[in-house]
Design a protein around this ligand. Structure first.
Ligand code: PLP
Length: 399
């Protein structure tokens, strides 16, 4: 063939999207998709939060024109992001040490951060946790970096192998970029303690590393403020660092693509220069972000009533996930299983590394129509009062 595409090879299927396709094609009525990465309510639906609905209705009535946004997005939105991440009375923001750019979700924030870093220090290596969100590696590699893993999850203790993680950090070359899950580690649900975070901050200082915090689930562990502990410890350290953040989960606004990249610099003058370079990265990628999602989030966060309503709704999502953790553990036990699953209760965020083997996950799919990631990761937010008993009974049968 003389087509210009004749030599294009078929790319491997995204494993999670492949799972969704198989789930959709399954005709069993009892099927359950635990492989997803989104929050479903007790009816198995993605919620549209009441605070979001109210802000959208107000916006619709206003009928605002659709001019271009600034390259770094809406100012009110970026300020609201800074208040959530760094605290409303943050000395860093007051000193002009933080720049924030609205981005296309957390993924977009990671991507513009990666592109900016590549221009800053082309030779650095990037280290991600073992395991990590599957897109971290691809994303930094596509920005031109070599990506390696630092030790993180310990299947034996179902926690973090912190000694190994810290030793690894202390062995990396100065300038290495360390991608850290700020809370609700995806996929394992295993987080660092506050004391361990303090040690990570010191390791980064001692070794001259570049911390890149990824905060995709603020509010899903203990709440907005407690979940920001890693960001706050880095803020207090005087170091420079990156934070990507996302409202996909916390506002249930997945498809609106609302996230942000924040960079903490040494001083206000540096901030001006760094922002000017970040704007070049944005300008040559997508020029400026879309309006709607950011405007809605800004409206919610700058209205005391809507903000309270949002925090209540976020607490509702957090509490429901927790109830599903306890419920699953109890229901598995009630099936007569003696193996201890109580670690599921201690894990944080939307996911659990259940310890189910790839073979057990395969049997769950084939025999019961229950879909999970082959690593044994399940999404607790895909469980609900109707399917939890069936899932527990099925897990009991494959153990
Ligand atoms: N980072 C982590 C750890 C995630 O789990 C996710 C989403 O699943 C993201 C980033 C990306 O979020 P967004 O959908 O806002 O791009």
């Amino acid at each position: 063939s003389n087509s210009i595409f004749a030599a294009v090879e078929l790319a491997p299927r995204d494993p999670i999207l492949g799972l969704n396709e198989a789930f959709n094609a399954d005709t069993r009525e009892t099927k359950v998709n635990l492989g997803v990465g989104v929050y479903y309510d007790d009816n198995g639906k993605i919620p549209l939060l009441a605070a979001v609905k109210a802000a959208e209705q107000a916006r619709l009535q206003q009928q605002p024109p659709r001019g271009y946004q600034p390259i770094e997005g809406l100012g009110a939105y970026n300020t609201a992001v800074q208040n959530l991440l760094f605290g409303a009375g943050s000395e860093l923001t007051a000193a002009g040490r933080v720049i924030t750019a609205e981005a296309l979700g957390g993924t977009g924030a990671l991507k513009i951060g990666a592109d900016f870093l590549k221009r800053l220090n082309a030779e650095s290596k990037v280290y991600i946790s073992d395991p990590s969100w599957e897109n971290h590696r691809a994303l930094f590699e596509s920005a031109g970096f070599t990506v390696e893993n630092y030790p993180y999850y310990d299947a034996g203790t179902r926690g973090v192998n912190f000694a190994a993680m810290k030793a690894a950090l202390l062995s990396y070359a100065p300038g290495s970029v360390i991608v850290l899950h700020a809370c609700c580690h995806n996929p394992t649900g295993a987080d660092l303690s506050d004391a361990q975070w303090a040690e990570v901050v010191e390791a980064c200082r001692e070794r001259g590393l570049v911390p890149f915090l990824d905060m995709a689930y603020q509010g899903f562990a203990d709440g907005i403020e407690p979940d920001a502990v890693a960001v706050r410890l880095f803020s207090a350290s005087g170091l420079q660092f990156f934070v990507s953040s996302s409202f996909s989960k916390s506002f249930s606004l997945y498809g609106e693509r609302v996230g942000a990249l924040s960079i903490v610099t040494a001083n206000k003058d540096e901030s001006t220069r760094v922002l000017s370079q970040l704007k070049r990265v944005i300008r040559t990628n997508y020029s400026n972000p879309p309006i709607h999602g950011g405007a809605v989030v800004a409206a919610v966060l700058s209205s005391p009533e809507l903000r309270q309503q949002w925090e209540d709704e976020l607490a509702g999502m957090r509490d429901r996930i927790r109830a599903m953790r306890t419920g699953l553990v109890e229901a598995i036990k009630a099936e007569g299983v003696t193996q201890d699953f109580s670690f599921v209760i201690a894990q944080r965020g939307m996911f659990s590394y259940t310890g189910l083997t790839a073979a057990q996950v395969e049997t769950l799919k084939n025999d019961f129509g229950i879909y999970a990631v082959s690593t044994g990761r399940i999404c607790l937010a895909a469980l609900n009062s109707k399917n939890i008993g069936y899932v527990a009974a099925s897990i009991a049968k494959v153990l």
